[in-house]
Design a protein around this ligand. Structure first.
Ligand SMILES: Cc1cc2nc3c(=O)[nH]c(=O)nc-3n(C[C@H](O)[C@H](O)[C@H](O)COP(=O)(O)O)c2cc1C
Length: 304
């Protein structure tokens, strides 16, 4: 009932682990598949290893999760070893993820990671937490998105998905730009910029001061981004942001998503959240006589 396909790649269900949450090692990604996900995205990889920002880098409450991890990762060489190991132990679809400081470096890194057995390559153009090092995210600029997409596409055969930011007011236009430049899919969205202050300490909670908001508070923002992008492009969308339940996942699909990214829900509902969301989706689909996801994809458009 939940079987789906994206870019001709079969998925047992549409839920994919979002980048940055438990997705660093082959073993942790394999566990996520065993816990019920249809596919996994690796934590974004840079050319050199990065330690990320000093602690505190994360906090969460009932309504939102805030992080400024600072893109810590083991670097491309170690990262590729984990991707190869993952495919040895698990046949599920694997989404690679990279980030870089320039268009040339994105293309170079894409070529390097493409030797690994990844099914889709996500370009993280939208991390809000490394501005002091890299300047504002590329995902705010149509020309940067176009250039990085074109240069990367010229170097690799693996389908690429451009990960966009909910901070961009014209996200649908930017998605269209990515599509015109050759993107095969859009991942929407990354975290939205935010911060938290400790009243008693009288200072920001995160060492980095600002961070990215994910979790429940992001859901309606992400849903609208997916809805708007679906009206602007023909390529598939990986709808990500604040999905906590089966009902949320179905809303993403009704807005137009083909796959549904799930990240912070692991914090709210445990690592076995994927199996829980699958069970909830199945239950609602039975109640509503929905036979397949194709029947409801984008169904929320064009009504009224
Ligand atoms: C702790 C943490 C680390 C993240 N790291 C990355 C990353 O390395 N690359 C990336 O593209 N997105 C990263 N994200 C963003 C998520 O992939 C996702 O887009 C966002 O959290 C919204 O989904 P969610 O509400 O389901 O978590 C990170 C999010 C969190 C909470």
């Amino acid at each position: 009932m939940l079987k789906t396909s994206c870019l001709n790649i079969p998925f047992a269900n549409p839920l994919v682990l979002a980048s940055g949450i438990l997705g660093v090692t082959a073993a942790s990604m394999h566990k996520i598949i065993r816990d019920g996900a249809g596919g996994v995205t690796v934590k974004s990889i840079s050319k050199a290893p990065r330690t990320g920002h000093p602690n505190p880098t994360m906090m969460g409450n009932d309504t939102y999760f805030l992080n400024a991890v600072g893109l810590s990762n083991p670097g491309i060489e170690n990262g590729i070893a984990e991707l190869i190991q993952f495919k040895k132990i698990c046949p599920a679809p694997l989404i690679g993820s990279i980030f870089a400081g320039t268009a040339d470096e994105f293309a170079e890194l894409a070529e390097l990671i493409a030797v690994a057995p990844i099914d889709i390559l996500e370009l993280d153009l939208s991390c809000p937490n490394v501005g002091r090092e890299f300047g504002e995210p590329f995902a705010y600029s149509a020309s940067a998105i176009g250039r990085i997409t074109r240069e990367t596409k010229a170097k690799v055969k693996v389908p690429i998905s451009i990960k966009l930011s909910p901070n961009a007011w014209n996200i649908a236009e930017l998605a269209k730009m990515a599509e015109a430049a050759g993107a095969d899919a859009i991942t929407a969205v990354n975290t939205v910029s935010g911060m938290a202050i400790d009243v008693r300490a009288r200072r920001p909670i995160l060492h980095n001061k600002q961070g990215g908001v994910s979790g429940p508070a992001l859901f309606p923002i992400a849903l609208k981004c997916v809805y708007d992008i679906y009206e602007a492009v023909k390529i598939p969308i990986i709808g990500t942001g604040g999905v906590m339940t089966g009902e949320d996942a179905l809303k993403m699909i009704m807005a137009g998503a083909t796959l549904v990214g799930v990240g912070s829900a692991v914090y709210y509902r445990g690592a076995d959240v994927f199996g829980k969301i699958v069970a909830e989706m199945t239950e609602i689909m039975k109640q509503e006589n929905i036979g397949s996801l194709d029947e409801i994809r984008g169904v929320a458009h064009g009504i009224m």
